[in-house]
Design a protein around this ligand. Sequence first.
Ligand SMILES: NC(=O)c1ccc[n+]([C@@H]2O[C@H](COP(=O)([O-])OP(=O)(O)OC[C@H]3O[C@@H](n4cnc5c(N)ncnc54)[C@H](O)[C@@H]3O)[C@@H](O)[C@H]2O)c1
Ligand SMILES: [Zn+2]
Length: 349
Amino acid sequence: MKIKDVRSMKLTMQLKSRSYDIILKAGCLANLHQFTNVANRKVFVLTDSGVPAEYAQTVAAQCPDSTVYTIPRGEGSKCLKVYGQVLQAMLAFGMDRKDLLVSVGGGVVGDLGGFCSASYMRGIDFVNCPTTVLSQVDSSIGGKTAIDLGETKNIVGAFWQPKVVLVDFDTLKTLPRRQVVNGLAEALKTGIIGDPQLFALFECEHPEDNIEQIVYRSLKFKKKIVEQDEREGSIRACLNFGHTIGHGIEAVRGVRGRRTTGLYHGECVALGMLPMIEDTALLKRTRAIYRALGLPTRAGANKEKVLAYMQHDKKARGDHITVIKCPGLGCWRADSLPMTELPALLGME
Ligand SMILES: NC(=O)c1ccc[n+]([C@@H]2O[C@H](COP(=O)([O-])OP(=O)(O)OC[C@H]3O[C@@H](n4cnc5c(N)ncnc54)[C@H](O)[C@@H]3O)[C@@H](O)[C@H]2O)c1
Ligand SMILES: [Zn+2]
C-alpha cells in the first residue's frame, strides 16, 4: 500500500480527566518518547506473532527499561489463559502502578493490552499503537477493552482509556490486502451513517490511496460520538450499524476455526449493513463500492443459523432487538424490532 508523506494530524479525545491525544503520522512509532514518559519507568510492550517484530522493537528501543512480550496471533489470544500469562509476565518484570503498557498490533493486542492495563494493580497507564486498518479506524480509541469467554466475544472487560494513541501509517505497508479491506469496511460504515465526505473517498478509483484521510475522518466521527456517550448508554450504539446481522453471519461463517474459507469481521459487518440501508440509490452505490474493494455482497451463510444466533444475541431484549438503520447517506436511526421481523430483514420471506 502507498503511504503519502502527509503532515502530522492530531485529534484530542475530550473526556475531562481522561482526555488524550490521537497522533496520526507515518513513522510516529519512532517518536513515542515525545508523547509519553518512558524515561523513568518500566515499559511493557505487548505485541503478537503476526505483527512484524520491528514495530515493537522500535518502541522498546526508546525506553531504557523495557521488555517485549509476544502473544500468539489471532482472536484466540483474547482469552483468560493468555490474559493470565500477560499479567504474570508483568509481575515478573517487576511492574508497579506507575509503569506503562504499550500495545503494538491490531485490535486483538489492543483489546487484551487495554484490559491488562485496566486490571493490573487496579489500573496502570496504557498507550495504544494500532497497526491494522481496523484498529486504526476503530478499536484503538474509545476505551473499550475486553477478552472473550469461549465463543462469547468481548464479554469480560473494562472501559479504560489510553494515555495517547499513535497511528503510524507506515505500519500498514506490511498488512495483507484482505486485512486492509477488512478495516476499510468499518470506515465505510462510519461514512454511511455519519460522514458523506468520508463516503465520497470510497467512490474514488483507489480508496486505499486516501487511507490517511479515511483513518482521520473515521476517528473524528468516533471521537465525537464517544465524547458524548463514553459508556454506550445512548448514541454510541450507532457504531453497531451492520453489527447485529454482521455478528450473526460471523458466528456462522466467521474466520474462527476456518482459517482460509471463513469471513473476516469487516466482511461480515459489510454484509450486515446492506439490509439496514433503506435508501435504494445509496444501497446501489454501497454495493458498487463493495465490488470495487472486493468485499462480499452475499453471505453464503445458512440463514436459519444466522437467525438462531441473532435471537440469542446479548443485545436482544426479550422479544425485541435493537438495530441501527440508515434512512439516507449520513443519517442513522435506532429501531427496536420485534423478533418476528428478523426473518424478513434477512430476506427469508
Ligand atoms: N475495542 C473496540 O472498540 C473494538 C472495536 C472493533 C474491534 N475490536 C476487536 O478488534 C479485534 C480485531 O482486530 P484486527 O482486525 O486488527 O485483528 P488482529 O489484531 O487479529 O490483526 C489481524 C492480523 O494482522 C496481523 N497484523 C497486525 N498488524 C500488522 C501489520 N502492520 N502488518 C502485517 N500483519 C499485521 C496480526 O498479527 C493478525 O494476524 C477483534 O478482537 C475485535 O473484537 C475492538
Ligand atoms: Zn466492528
